[in-house]
Design a protein around this ligand. Structure first.
Ligand code: FNR
Length: 361
């Protein structure tokens, strides 16, 4: 009998065994030297928790509301592309796991199941991640379909005017498969029957001219709240406030875009301080432990999105694997809260962590 899995990191090796090398490399890899990829995880290790003792912690409540939607914990599923490369049930399995765990799933624009399939598969609370394509009509249509199918928010990803240079994908000649979500929308020259080279696909589709003024366009075509994903600086946090979005996702795209940007957790507080509580701030990048989630909450995030561990769970064990990943992170967060003397999320304060910078002073 296989040994019991005890943390989400252990799903990575199972995923590596389950997947063709091309797909495993696509999921696990980052840009260029992969400096930021390592930092996303390691920067968490340099933040220390300052627990409080002698608190009655018999009852721990991790529940919260995200844009008004109640969830069992401040943990969400990040939008990640092409789940059918990990498991035949694809994003439908991921959504069912989100529903079972009473958490929110963000569906990627480049998903291998349609918004309609995901919507009808279960009652998970769903947000829709949007890329703005040169063909604005395609992006507008996808927003309409998401809205019509009960998605509750648009997460506009803004860090991808061009694709980051992922060298493993170049070596492997990674192919974009048929993207069911965009079926019938893309021209034959963009996606052939055999699929398309990743970089060529991105450069033919993504609109590199996307600017701050285009948020007004997006607002004009949807009533859904809009979150901007990919903010790493105070300057862009302030601009996000100026254009009036409903929230920010501090993210470096899982270190797949520009290498040598800060680890997401290192950028979080700068954004939090700039926003001053005016809109919610979500966070992703390198979260592998309940202690990581606790640290991000202490630094001001309202909720945390999980990327690769979800895909590894899906690749290893389908819907059950995704559920286990979320449950493990929830269990670890609950234990971290109990051992830190925090009974509710409101009890987690800035003084519960000490950053590397503070320790040096
Ligand atoms: C991503 N990410 C991503 N983001 C997005 O806005 N749209 C997308 O389609 C994808 N696709 C995607 C594929 C894969 C394989 C990965 C690993 C990531 C980025 C994702 O939403 C998130 O920002 C990171 O994955 C968070 O980092 P961790 O949790 O993977 O370390």
């Amino acid at each position: 009998m296989a040994a019991e899995l005890v943390n989400v990191n252990e799903f990575q090796e199972l995923a590596r065994q389950a997947l063709p090398k091309m797909y495993y490399d696509f999921y696990s890899g980052g840009a260029e030297d992969q400096h930021t990829l390592r930092e996303n995880v390691e920067a968490f290790h340099r933040i220390i928790i300052r627990p409080r003792i002698l608190v009655d912690v018999r009852r721990i409540d991790m529940s919260t509301t995200i844009l008004g939607y109640h969830t069992s914990a401040p943990i969400m599923i990040a939008p990640t592309a092409m789940h059918k490369l990990a498991h035949p049930e694809g994003e439908v399995a991921t959504a069912r796991a989100a529903a079972a765990c009473n958490t929110i799933m963000a569906l990627s624009f480049t998903s291998t199941c349609t918004v309609e399939e995901v919507a009808s598969s279960c009652n998970a609370i769903r947000f829709f991640q949007l890329y703005v394509y040169k063909r604005r009509d395609i992006s507008a249509l996808m927003v309409q379909r998401a809205e019509k199918n009960g998605f509750k928010a648009i997460i506009l990803t803004v860090d991808t005017p061009r694709l980051g240079r992922r060298e493993a994908d170049i070596k492997n000649k990674m192919i974009v498969p048929q993207l069911k979500n965009l079926e019938g929308l893309l021209l034959a020259e963009v996606v052939s029957e055999k699929g398309s080279n990743l970089e060529a696909f991105a450069s033919q589709t993504q609109d590199a001219s996307l600017c701050w003024k285009d948020i007004a366009w997006l607002k004009s075509i949807t009533n859904l709240p809009i979150l901007i994903k990919g903010v790493l600086t105070r300057e862009d946090a302030i601009k996000s406030l100026e254009v009036g979005v409903a929230g920010i996702v501090v993210s470096n795209h899982g270190a797949r875009q520009l290498d040598y940007v800060p680890a997401s957790i290192t950028a979080l507080e700068e954004v939090v301080l700039a926003v001053q509580g005016k809109i919610p701030i979500l966070f992703d990048g390198g979260v592998r432990r309940g202690t990581d989630i606790f640290k991000a909450l202490a630094l001001g995030a309202q909720a945390i999105l999980i990327g690769r561990p979800i895909i590894y769970g899906l690749a290893a064990k389908g819907e059950y694997g995704v559920r286990r990943v979320i449950e493990m992170l929830k269990d670890e967060l609950e234990l971290t809260m109990a051992l830190s003397g925090c009974c509710t999320l409101k009890d987690i304060s800035r003084s519960h962590v000490r950053t590397e910078h503070e320790r040096r002073q």
